[in-house]
Design a protein around this ligand. Structure first.
Ligand code: FPP
Length: 255
């Protein structure tokens, strides 16, 4: 089994991404678990936060590329509900990043017709982080181009629990009958609400797991894992992932 997976991986990775990218088959929604910032920094004898800073710079390039290729939604896992367990200085630094990023990039994002969104619980964010993201959401709300969706203070199990509670409240108030609860109803109560499920999930840094990320929404997504650490991730890697995606046959449980 492992051998088969490895062979397939090698075969898929043997691509000249620029040449073979099909503009007619671009994934509409790409989600990325941006992993490996800490290891990137450690390899250079730098503090972990230096990796996060470098990781933030990569986001700008991937947003640009997504826009250029015609990706409709780009979701980036920026901070999980479990990341609060990290040392306070690292958490504080991570909570400053949206502000720093948006301060520098918001005018360009507006110019490029990008819509900023957040998936996650905003209430628990520090005021300065919440203000920065609320401003970006508001200032880009009239745009109708790429949705740049930051998963911030996001955890899939928490999201599902909250969705179940909401549905239960509707049943209790008599607004919904239990036999009318469908996958669409549950899906509409998730924090991703109106967003299409991701077509492609990318995870960097060689870790092969989901880490409580979009467990419901990724049911039929294609997964692409790379050893590349997030701060080293480039436009070339992004296109490589899309070329591999385009070689896959999506059956959604059919034949
Ligand atoms: C995981 O790497 C990365 C994070 C928990 C944070 C990701 C955040 C960014 C890339 C920047 C966010 C920027 C904005 C604008 C929201 P890790 O620290 O777990 O790396 P390691 O596994 O090598 O230790």
């Amino acid at each position: 089994m492992l051998k088969k997976w490895t062979n397939r991986k090698e075969e898929e990775n043997n691509t000249s991404e620029e040449a073979s990218l099909d503009p007619q088959n671009i994934p509409e929604h790409v989600a990325i678990i941006m992993d490996g910032n800490g290891r990137w920094a450690k390899k250079r004898g730098l503090p972990r936060v230096a990796g996060h800073r470098e990781g933030m710079n990569v986001i700008k390039k991937i947003v640009k590329t997504s826009n250029k290729l015609g990706v409709k939604t780009l979701t980036l896992y920026a901070f999980s509900t479990e990341n609060w367990k990290r040392p306070k200085p690292e958490v504080d630094f991570l909570m400053r990043l949206p502000e720093r990023f948006l301060k520098a990039e918001l005018p360009q994002l507006i110019e490029e017709n990008v819509q900023v969104r957040i998936t996650g619980s905003k209430e628990a964010l520090p005021g300065h982080t919440r203000d920065a993201v609320n401003k970006a959401i508001e200032d880009t709300s009239g745009n109708d181009g790429l949705i740049l969706n930051f998963a911030l203070n996001y955890g899939s199990r928490h999201e599902m629990v909250e969705a179940m509670k909401d549905v239960y409240k509707e049943i209790e108030r008599g607004r919904l009958a239990i036999e009318d609860v469908t996958e669409d109803i549950i899906g509409s109560h998730l924090m991703t609400g109106g967003l299409k499920d991701p077509d492609l999930l990318i995870r960097t840094s060689g870790e092969i797991r989901l880490s409580n990320f979009m467990l419901w929404q990724l049911a039929y997504s294609e997964f692409w894992f790379t050893e590349v650490l997030w701060p080293d991730f480039t436009e070339k890697h992004f296109k490589e992932a899309i070329v591999v995606y385009q070689k896959r046959t999506r059956r959604f449980g059919g034949v």
